[in-house]
Design a protein around this ligand. Structure first.
Ligand SMILES: Cc1ncc(COP(=O)(O)O)c(C=O)c1O
Length: 469
């Protein structure tokens, strides 16, 4: 017998790899100086009720709203996932058209199914080196001119730390009487310093979801949904948040968000010294040519408005892949990063990082940069969809029969699951769209250059069963 999960975590604890990944507390006791066991409570006469807050939870939410500049903020204990689903359920009615940035997270696709809405997908631009960028303002105009749109959903920042021009997008959305929902799950820290991109709420977004556990010292699942500006129905938001979050909320998770908010608002030095460490690290990494840090120079390209300096997105311009680099960092330097793609890696830092850990990463990258010769990386053969409407809604796809078919049999069939090359993480074929012969050719080309294509494994794809079957 074994306690499988526990034993593995114990083993990881012993190996003690430096965590350049989520959750943002980095297991740093300085930022979480309490014993969770003692604070695992249920609703009692004095611990308030997340679903009807009137006491300490109401106070914590009000303090969050004040910090974030929101009309109201809601603590989520089921992660940013629950916030994205709740936003869609609260802002849209079944059958409404929703303009959705195609690079959105799984939770958005799940929300579209649950709400029974009609998505119109808009593809972000792709950078020269194959990463997902921002969304073209011209494409957004075009979509609003062509369709009656109830709400727009964007992801800003992206996983790689790039933001969209939220201010301009919000202006267009509002001009058309629509609502802007921003998945800012990776940008919860933006409010703590203006060296980070401006928060989406400060740029006119109506609903914003932040996963505090990703980039702030909070326990996994701790997140916040905020609304501002009066375009949303706050009662419906409250109902939807309540529907998607457990009735046994974790007090340690809620308390970790509350504690982080209080600590980081009071002690401004914590962020200022962390930012100095970031600036020094980025300055040193700027000398690397083979392992190239994506920096501010990308602003303005591919509709990228700003870059989050807390995130080290590094292009791997040599014979090894991002996955190889990730393995080398772990095996040789005992550093575990957040994510590796074919030609890039992403390392996440937060205010809870030990400066020595960040320095160790910088030393490792500068050493490895010297070891590998710089090579030209061929452009990844991906063409964007711009604005597209699926033939079947995600909800109809969800409730249909499905089967897998070989690539050769796929053209003309409706995709039962999105087919997503990563990077850049933008669906080549969103669920519900007819798969074309060209799509299959692209899948083959992408796989030939080593790109993983989610939803197109082992020479087959999932499609909706034909009605006569
Ligand atoms: C862009 C984006 N949005 C939303 C989510 C979901 O957030 P959570 O993990 O807090 O549920 C993720 C998770 O990785 C994400 O990357």
């Amino acid at each position: 017998m074994a306690a499988y999960i526990f034993d593995k975590l114990r083993e990881l604890e012993e190996k003690n790899a430096y965590p350049l990944h989520m959750p943002g507390h980095k297991r740093n006791i300085r930022f979480m100086p309490y014993d969770f066991r003692l604070y695992d409570y249920t609703e009692t006469e004095c611990t308030d009720n997340l679903h009807m807050p009137e006491g300490i939870i109401a106070d914590a939410q009000n303090a969050l709203a004040e910090l974030l500049g929101a009309d109201s903020s809601f603590i989520l204990v089921n992660g940013g996932t629950s916030g994205m689903i709740a936003s869609i359920l609260a802002c849209c009615d079944p059958g409404d058209n929703v303009l959705v940035a195609a690079n959105c997270h799984k939770s958005v696709y799940d929300g579209l199914i649950m709400a029974g809405v009609n998505p119109i997908y808009i593809s972000p631009s792709i950078t020269e080196e194959g990463l997902c960028g921002g969304i073209s303002i011209r494409d957004i105009f075009r979509a609003f001119e062509s369709y009656d749109i109830k709400a727009m959903i964007i992801t800003s920042p992206t996983y790689e730390g790039f933001t969209c021009d939220v201010r301009t997008i919000a202006d267009i959305v509002h001009k058309h009487g629509s609502i802007l929902i921003v998945d800012e799950c990776h940008g919860a820290h933006f409010v703590f310093s203006d060296v980070f991109p401006p928060s989406a709420l400060s740029q006119g977004a109506d609903v914003v979801v932040n996963s505090w556990h990703k980039t702030l010292p909070c326990l996994n699942q701790g997140a916040v949904l905020s609304i501002k500006g009066g375009r949303t129905d706050s009662i419906r938001i409250k109902e939807a948040v309540s529907m998607i979050n457990t009735t046994s909320p974790s007090y340690p998770v809620m308390a970790s968000v509350d504690y982080a908010r209080d600590l980081l608002s009071r002690d401004k030095n914590l962020f200022s010294s962390y930012i100095q460490v970031l600036k020094d690290a980025r300055h040193e990494l700027a000398h690397c040519k083979t392992l190239k840090l994506v920096n501010d120079s990308i602003k303005g390209q591919s509709h990228i408005a700003d870059v989050d300096i807390s995130r080290f997105t590094i292009m791997v311009r040599t014979d090894i892949t991002g996955m190889d680099l990730s393995r080398i960092l772990l095996d040789k330097y005992n550093i575990r990063i957040e994510m590796a793609g074919l030609h890039h890696i992403v390392a996440i830092t937060t205010v809870a990082d030990d400066p020595k850990g960040i320095k160790r990463f910088v030393k490792a990258i500068t050493e490895l940069d010297k070891k590998y010769e710089r090579k030209f990386i061929e452009k990844i053969p991906i063409s964007g969809l711009s604005v597209s409407v699926p033939e079947m809604t995600p909800r109809d796809v969800y409730f249909s029969g499905k089967e897998t078919v070989a690539y050769e049999e796929a053209p003309g069939r409706i995709a039962a699951a999105s087919i997503i090359p990563y990077p850049p993480g933008i669906p080549l074929v969103p669920m519900g769209k007819i798969i074309t012969g060209e799509n299959i050719e692209s899948i083959r080309q992408l796989k030939a250059v080593g790109i993983s294509v989610i939803g197109a494994e082992n020479g087959s794809v999932a499609v909706v069963k034909k009605a006569d079957k």
